[in-house]
Write a protein that binds this ligand. Structure first.
Ligand SMILES: Cc1ncc(COP(=O)(O)O)c(C=O)c1O
Length: 472
């Protein structure tokens, strides 16, 4: 018998509901489009959601990068921009915030994450060296390759299995790393490139225990660990929630403890740090910092602005302090999880467990009739847009690109479509609309025929590639 009273989501899932620790002060109207308008728009965009115009999008889940809503404090901070060329007071506020919450000694601002990736790759990789990491990220691996390095995936096998419920699918497989060190010699390892959480695996976290064991292994061989801290606050939340012994620690304290076990970090502040543009690079080693401080002048800007306006650095400093608050991160991940619970309830194949920043639809199981060369995840992104104007992103064969040696596609095990949730932007009702649209596309899944690629640029092809719809 059905319950005569509608249940709240909290009641349905046996818990008390939570709500966001903020209220809305300003709104941005959204435009809805007709099916005909969307058909024209996606065809013009070559079936690539990156090439859609934002005004043709209803709910934009392309990325959580630079799409956060800033707080009233951050906007107030923008008015305090000290736009001096050198020595802006906002730089020192940023430096203090990174030192206080991430704990590193030296800090450089960069225009965004890939600016920092470029500098660390140039400074720390010698031609032909290996960079083992817990799964690749597109821009990170490309900068490592452009610096003459070879990326080696040493993530645990569970990360490649979308159905595995392993709580820390971002962990490094220490046996794989040890085998690489034995085979190649420690001097041929530039550093370990560790990401917390792992974007391409579905926003999956690294455990503190794994990091500590990794630290011990690297210390035995004299290898450095550099952290992609882009979503490390989200990672810290998962440690607090899932890893025995950490429940009584604040997210801020866990974050600092984690960073303390690494030698430095690069950051796309457009994610965790709640700003629309910005990044930073931080290291402990004095000599390496000297080199980076020199390089930043060549590629980004003076070491006290690194390609940013003073106001951007101020917003970032305030965003860092807001981002490490337990109530903020609980609501952020809670909203992602809410969408995941709806989809799981409707038997939609998604990566489990739900990660920190996004729901990843498993396009292989969604479209079992499509071979990977027919771009199932790209197809799914296009179909979702056609159904409702929701914009998502491919994270499969198109994103993986081509092997620079053979010229053939990389064939990643994961073929995913990412519904990325911007921070503090959409409501629970928007999540309902998204879930219903995914269900409608799933109901019509047998009609999908896939795509073929008709244009691809040399680097990071997924951003600008164009596709054609296959008829059969
Ligand atoms: C894990 C990770 N690292 C690095 C980057 C690159 O940062 P940015 O886009 O700011 O250049 C991103 C961006 O999506 C990311 O998700």
């Amino acid at each position: 018998m059905t319950d005569p009273y509608p249940l709240t989501m909290g009641q349905q899932f046996g818990r008390r509901s939570w709500a966001e620790p903020w209220k809305i002060k300003m709104v941005e109207p959204l435009r809805m489009t007709s099916r005909g308008e969307r058909e024209r728009a996606i065809a013009e965009a070559g079936y690539n959601t990156f090439l859609l115009k934002s005004e043709d999008v209803y709910i934009d889940l392309l990325t959580d990068s630079g799409t956060s809503a800033m707080s009233d404090r951050q906007w107030a901070g923008m008015m305090l921009g000290d736009e001096a060329y050198a020595g802006s007071r906002n730089f020192y506020n940023l430096e203090d915030a990174v030192r206080m919450h991430y704990g590193y000694k030296h800090v450089l601002p960069t225009h965004q994450g890939r600016g920092a990736e470029h500098l660390i790759s140039r400074a720390a990789i010698k031609q032909g060296q290996y960079i083992p990491g817990n799964m690749y990220f597109t821009t990170t691996r490309l900068h490592q390759e452009l610096a003459g390095g070879v990326f080696v995936d040493v993530i645990v096998d569970e990360a490649h299995d979308p159905a595995s419920r392993h709580p820390f699918k971002g962990d490094v497989d220490l046996n794989k790393l040890e085998a690489l060190v034995k085979r190649e010699g420690a001097e041929r390892i530039a550093y370990v490139s560790l990401a917390g959480t792992v974007n391409m695996a579905g926003g999956q976290p690294v455990s503190m225990a794994n990091l500590r064991a990794l630290r011990a292994l690297c210390d035995r061989h004299g290898i450095k660990i550099y952290l992609d801290a882009t979503r490390m606050v989200e990672n810290a939340f998962f440690i607090q929630e899932r890893e025995p012994g950490w429940a009584d620690w604040s997210v801020a304290a866990i974050l600092k403890e984690f960073c303390n076990c690494t030698d430095g970090a690069w950051m796309s502040a457009k994610k965790d740090n709640l700003v629309n543009i910005g990044g930073w690079l931080a290291v402990n080693d004095d000599e390496l910092f000297e080199e980076l401080r020199n390089l930043v002048v060549v590629y980004e800007g003076l070491h006290t602005y690194g390609g940013l306006a003073g106001r951007d650095m101020e917003a970032m400093a305030i965003g860092i302090a807001e981002s490490v608050r337990d109530d903020h991160i609980r609501a952020r991940i809670g909203q992602v999880r809410y969408l995941g619970e709806l989809l799981t309830d409707w038997n939609i194949p998604i990566v489990q467990p739900v990660g920190g920043h996004a729901i990843f639809l498993d396009a292989r199981r969604f479209y079992p009739q499509l071979a990977q060369v027919k771009f199932p995840a790209q197809t799914l992104a296009a179909e979702l847009y056609l159904d409702s104007g929701i914009r998502s992103m491919e994270r499969g064969i198109a994103s993986a690109g081509r092997d620079p040696k053979t010229g053939d596609h990389y064939y990643p095990k994961l073929e995913l479509t990412r519904l990325t949730i911007p921070r503090r932007v959409y409501t629970q009702a928007h999540m309902d609309v998204v879930a219903e649209s995914v269900k409608a596309v799933h109901d019509a899944r047998e009609q999908a025929r896939g795509l073929e690629i008709v244009y691809e640029p040399k680097y990071l092809r997924f951003f600008q590639a164009r596709f054609r719809r296959l008829q059969d």
